[in-house]
Design a protein around this ligand. Sequence first.
Ligand SMILES: [Zn+2]
Length: 96
Amino acid sequence: MRITCPICGERDRREFTYRGAALGAPALEAGIEAWHAQVHLRLNPAGSLAELWHHEMGCGAWVQVTRNTATHEMLGSVLAEDADLAMPAPETEVEP
Ligand SMILES: [Zn+2]
């Protein structure tokens, strides 16, 4: 799998460390239910998903990658600091 770092260009996936789905966080004053959902109730969509990757063996950038989790197709990447951390709705569903 190849990942495009906005700074370095296309690189091997092994240069990156996966850091999970790129999710926005509830407000600090949000109730325990909102934080429970954030920490424990994760979606695992088959289809388009925004993920955080750390270019640990490269420039050190945090990259938000949009990837199809069913096909591993890379749909885009931006520096995490420039990204909207809202998780997009899955676009593709795969039958089990
Ligand atoms: Zn990089």
